[in-house]
Write a protein that binds this ligand. Structure first.
Ligand code: CAO
Length: 413
């Protein structure tokens, strides 16, 4: 006869709550005794919790980032095994023997905890096991999980990239371990959480996407005159009218005309997902690192609405007050360093987007016009695109169209 039983967190050797960092099963899965069901992580270690019984998962009661302690219910399991006589201890009949069967489970949990402490890498035991089986060095695998954790997907992506040419004599050599103190005094500061997360993503995007960057310039002399005229009037409403909002409108118009830039490559690389919405990720510089909140439906919003929203999201990004959905769903991204300086740069694509626009600081340049040079305020643009999806000719066409739209953007609110 089958029972539905609660599988709980066993003795994990501490009373404080620990994080659920990976849920390894889902409702409907058939699992065997000792199959890992969740990975937990404390300040010191990560550990797999094995299933004490075989059966079919009815429902999972925890999700990633939940906090659990000994006794928290992990899942409901439909099992043929008797709860009093679990699979591992078929012969256990009295309380003493039942207690004895808990010991191996706890022991298994503790045993897997050690490697994380030893090598200071964030990876659950299941991931470590997979890496060992595939003879991979975890230090070489870019992490994309929370807190810079290496997930199974990271291992798979790494193997895939090696199979697609990352190996064959061109594999990356390990970064040398250098004691910089031998050259002079040093201090060591840990990277912020945001830097670790965005660093892993940037690394993956840079290494896995064939980037090309196309440069161009737009004449924003008239736009700047309009902006200067209305600057103080807009500032009275509590936000700034910068060139960026006009650029966002021009980008939205260009994306409508060239939808292959407002797209993602499917996971198998066989098709393009064209998006009917225009949600722009806007890179915001914060004291803790780069954050990319998303401004939705840019094509449907006025310049003034965009200016207000940009002020709100950049302030909340800097105060760490953004909610996760506000960081998701971009279809194209913009990174503006125009308020700082520089003449051009090569922005890294914010995957799964296929392109990103870099904006640098405008400056007056002599522009040849009808036989003479006239001073015009020129805005440098740098478009990085995924060459698997976009051809060079289309990259140049996009910039040409964008320049036309920026130069002709309606100068009104
Ligand atoms: N050329 C000349 N001046 C520019 C300009 C440009 N392209 N873009 C902005 N400016 C001016 C603004 O008009 C403003 O001056 P005024 O107050 O006199 O009008 C000043 O520079 C500062 O602007 P800002 O940076 O505060 O505002 P913004 O709307 O241009 O940008 C935001 C907002 C959030 C994108 C920006 O503050 C930011 O964080 N940028 C950094 C993004 C980043 O780190 N990217 C790198 C990511 S790695 O690829």
């Amino acid at each position: 006869m089958s029972n539905v039983i609660e599988v709980k967190v066993p003795d994990i050797g501490q009373s404080e709550a620990v994080d659920v960092i990976e849920v390894l099963v889902k409702a409907g899965d058939t699992i065997a005794v000792d199959d890992p069901i969740v990975t937990l992580e404390s300040d010191k270690a990560s550990m797999d919790v094995p299933s004490p019984y075989s059966g079919v998962v009815e429902s999972v009661s925890v999700k990633v980032d939940d906090k659990v302690t000994e006794g928290s219910v992990i899942l409901l399991l439909k099992t043929e095994a008797s709860v009093e006589k679990p699979a591992k201890e078929e012969k256990a009949a009295d309380k003493k023997e039942t207690e004895a069967k808990v010991a191996p489970i706890t022991a298994a949990v503790k045993e897997t905890a050690q490697p994380t402490i030893a090598d200071n890498l964030h990876a659950g035991p299941a991931v470590r096991r997979l890496a060992r089986e595939l003879d991979l060095d975890l230090k070489q695998i870019p992490a994309t999980g929370p807190k810079g954790r290496i997930s199974k997907e990271d291992v798979k992506a790494y193997v895939q990239s090696r199979m697609q040419g990352g190996g064959g004599g061109f594999a990356f050599p390990p970064a040398p371990q250098i004691d910089f103190a031998q050259f002079g005094p040093i201090t060591i500061e840990p990277l912020s959480k945001i830097k670790k997360l965005s660093g892993a993503n940037l690394h993956r995007n840079w290494v896995t996407i064939p980037h090309v960057t196309q440069f161009d310039e737009a004449d924003i002399t008239n736009l700047e005159i309009f902006r200067a005229e209305h600057k103080s009037e807009v500032e009275k409403q509590g936000f700034k009218l910068t060139p960026l909002v006009f650029i966002m409108k021009a980008v939205a118009a260009t994306l409508k005309k060239m939808p292959q830039f407002n797209a993602s490559l499917s996971a198998d690389g066989a098709s393009i997902v064209l998006k009917q919405y225009i949600h722009l990720g806007v890179a915001v510089d914060t004291p803790n690192g780069l954050v990319v909140p998303v401004v939705r439906d840019v094509d449907k919003k006025s310049v003034l609405e965009l200016a207000a929203e940009l002020a709100s999201i950049s302030e909340r990004a800097r105060n760490k007050a953004l909610k996760t959905p506000e960081l998701q769903g971009s279809s194209f991204s913009i990174s503006s360093l125009g308020g700082i300086g520089g003449t051009a740069f090569t922005p890294i694509i914010n995957a799964p987007d296929v392109a990103i626009l870099g904006v640098s600081k405008s400056s007056y340049k002599p522009v040849y016009d009808k036989g003479s040079f006239v001073p015009r305020l020129m805005l440098p643009l740098s478009l990085s695109y995924d060459h698997r999806v976009i051809d060079g000719a289309d990259g140049a066409r996009f910039c040409k169209q964008l320049v036309e739209y920026i130069e002709g953007v309606p100068l009104s609110f």
